[in-house]
Design a protein around this ligand. Structure first.
Ligand code: HEC
Length: 288
């Protein structure tokens, strides 16, 4: 969760921020649902979106990009689960009980449950997008990661809106180009910049291996010494030339283009070291 390059906080603080964001997010959402705003669907959607973006922005200034994304997802997931447990199921139980006992049905209950299910329906796709975004370091590793998250959210809600209208027999065809343009824009914005070094000094593999020993082998090795990663993550090890050589594309992406490795920069890799590895790969990653 912690990336010292973003903010050097303790794990206790990071956990408090994480839990605090979920609890406060739910409270704000629940209050909005109890306000007259909930009946103005468009205004509710716009304000809800702005609040989600603010959460993403603030979280991205305190946690690692990856954790910031996950916490926005967790906040949205908390809202979905909260809706089911605190409104949808209780209203359904009450309506069934009223029907069984022959009491008059309270139409407000069904209406509120319906609105909250509708919110859940729109939240699903952003949550799924956020879940898979963690496999795409170009999104959470980007300097403007919170804005990318906002873009992903709006594009996925547009897709959901299209599906919903389509199911009602309405054709919101304009939604498709909107979502497509939004996604293409995101692809262009997140495309990693090509590595370009002004320095042409040849890099020796021995120098590169030393950096891997200091910054990567703590996790990526046949015998990791990390306190959390007890086996090499994804089976990826950098113990020798062959192992490093076959992963150069991904190393370039994770350690140089996006700097999403070392994880949370736990081993304190420097900008100069990234440049050396990048230059070695750009020079053909040879083992002289
Ligand atoms: C503190 C532990 C840790 C350190 C140190 C670390 N990594 Fe990782 N690495 C991980 C974890 C966990 C994953 C799997 C999750 C992910 O892909 O983000 C991973 C995944 C990767 C991947 C993607 C592998 C795949 O299958 O796609 C690459 C490439 C990588 N690391 C490169 C590096 C490089 C290069 C360094 C050193 C500069 C480094 N890592 C340092 C923990 C670490």
């Amino acid at each position: 969760m912690i990336d010292p390059a973003v903010r050097n906080i303790s794990s206790g603080t990071a956990i408090m921020i994480g839990i605090g964001s979920m609890v406060s997010g739910w409270i704000i959402y629940d209050l909005l649902c109890k306000s007259p705003l909930v009946h103005k669907k468009k205004a509710f959607a716009i304000i809800g979106f702005i609040i989600v973006v603010i959460y993403g922005f603030v979280l991205s200034k305190f946690l690692s990009g990856r954790a910031a994304f996950m916490h926005v997802g967790a906040l949205l997931g908390t809202i979905m689960a909260g809706n089911v447990f605190f409104t949808i199921i209780p209203s359904q139980k009450e309506l069934v009980a009223a029907a069984t006992e022959g009491r008059p049905l309270n139409p407000e209950l069904g209406k509120m449950a319906g609105l909250r299910s509708l919110h859940n329906n729109y939240i699903t796709l952003p949550v799924i997008f956020i879940m898979i975004s963690n496999h795409f370091p170009v999104t959470f590793g980007h300097a403007w990661n919170w804005a990318i998250l906002a873009g992903l959210t709006i594009a996925s809600v547009a897709v959901r809106h299209f599906i919903n209208l389509h199911e009602k027999g309405q054709k919101a065809v304009w939604m498709i180009p909107f979502a497509t343009i939004a996604i293409i824009a995101l692809i262009i914005v997140t495309a990693p910049a090509k590595f370009d070094s002004k320095n042409n000094t040849p890099v020796q593999f021995s120098e590169v291996q030393q950096i891997f020993k200091q910054r990567c082998n703590q996790c990526h090795s046949s015998k990791p010494t990390d306190d959390v990663q007890l086996v090499a993550p994804n089976g990826v090890m950098f113990d020798n030339y062959d192992q490093i050589h076959k992963m150069t594309d991904k190393i370039m992406l994770r350690a140089i283009n996006t700097q999403s490795m070392p994880l949370g920069n736990k081993t304190g890799m420097t900008v100069e070291e990234r440049e050396i590895i990048g230059r070695w790969i750009a020079q053909g990653s040879k083992n002289e």
